[in-house]
Write a protein that binds this ligand. Structure first.
Ligand code: PLP
Length: 325
């Protein structure tokens, strides 16, 4: 594709882009029939917020405590963590935050001014926290009753990470808008905002120069084709469960909880997580923190069982030793 055509403005038809749009709609949860293509996760969220305002004529949003949606001003406004926000305030007005998995508190924030509720189905940055079915059912019902849209942020959970193509499938969630990016093109920058028929986004109201460029679209077609051919969702589900079951039996008392959905894994400690990350790195394991006390593992979906066994050994050893200074 690099030899044929690298970039092509959205106003002109492009065959590779058309194929990707068809693929995305085919892979996405029922009802998402159109897509806006962009270059990153945060851009996908910005588009979602603008489309939600335009469609509803409303200006307010409700997101969740510990939620993470990006670092540009709109998506940062939906992001909860003070450290990300405080140097850049005032942010976009009209955002409020409900405790994750607390329907009663969220209910109190959604009203006739609410354009949309935006949620992650598994909070990534927020500590690998998995949404409860009842909470999601309630949020969907509430949005429908009060005329607000439901935006699901699948930027981290999408494309097989949780053991399904999209985490929506675990919960039967049917969002009005779904944001995706990250794994979509196997590491080449791309993002998409998938929309139901209900969403209005007239041509010219929103746009991007590089979004949907044929080079990135070709990469996304190759990556998503690989995911399907190799059944990466099923394999992530199976590997994640096996890994978690094996590790759970070996965890010391200093671990509060192991949370896992597919190959999205969080180990919540009773104390700070960062001192362990260096020790893990010395053992060849690249892990992230997700909040102060959670070690987060997002292994490549093609990781082998043998490699996962090595990761489990390293974790068991490092966690059994006292927290490194
Ligand atoms: N939303 C979620 C859930 C994310 O995990 C991220 C990135 O970590 C983003 C949004 C922002 O995506 P990007 O870094 O591509 O802008």
């Amino acid at each position: 594709q690099a030899r044929v055509l690298v970039t092509c403005p959205g106003i002109f038809y492009n065959d590779v882009r058309a194929r990707l749009l068809e693929r995305l709609v085919a892979l996405s949860p029922e009802g998402l029939s159109r897509a806006f293509l962009c270059n990153s996760g945060t851009e996908s969220v910005e588009a979602a917020l603008k489309f939600a305002r335009f469609t509803t004529g409303r200006t307010e949003f409700v997101s969740c405590m510990r939620g993470f949606h990006g670092r540009t001003l709109g998506s940062l406004s939906a992001t909860f963590k003070k450290e990300y926000r405080e140097s850049f305030e005032p942010l976009v007005p009209g955002f409020s935050y409900a405790p994750f998995n607390n329907l009663e508190k969220l209910q109190a924030l959604v009203n006739e001014r609410t354009a949309a509720v935006i949620v992650e189905l598994v909070q990534g940055e927020g500590g690998v926290r998995i949404a409860e079915q009842e909470f999601l059912d309630g949020v969907q019902r509430l949005c429908a009753q009060r005329g607000a849209l439901l935006i699901v942020d699948e930027i981290q959970t999408g494309f097989c990470r949780t053991g399904k193509m999209f985490a929506c499938e675990h919960f039967g969630v049917k969002p009005d808008i779904m944001c995706v990016a990250k794994a979509m093109a196997g590491g080449v920058p791309i993002g998409a905002t998938l929309c139901s028929e209900r969403i209005e986004a007239p041509v010219g109201k929103h746009g991007t120069t590089f979004g949907g460029n044929p080079l990135a679209c070709a990469a996304a077609l190759a990556a998503t084709g690989f995911m399907q051919e190799q059944r990466l969702a099923e394999r992530a589900a199976e590997k994640g469960e096996r890994f978690a079951a094996g590790l759970r039996a070996r965890l010391p008392d200093s671990v509060r909880e192991l949370r896992q959905l597919g190959l999205m894994i969080g180990i919540e400690l009773k104390h700070k997580a960062t001192p362990y990350l260096g020790a893990l790195m010395e053992r060849g394991v690249l892990a992230l923190s997700a909040g102060p006390t959670v070690i987060r593992l997002l292994p490549p979906l093609v990781i082998s069982h043998e490699q996962l066994a090595r990761v489990a050994d390293a974790l068991a050893d490092v966690l059994a030793a006292r927290a490194p200074a």
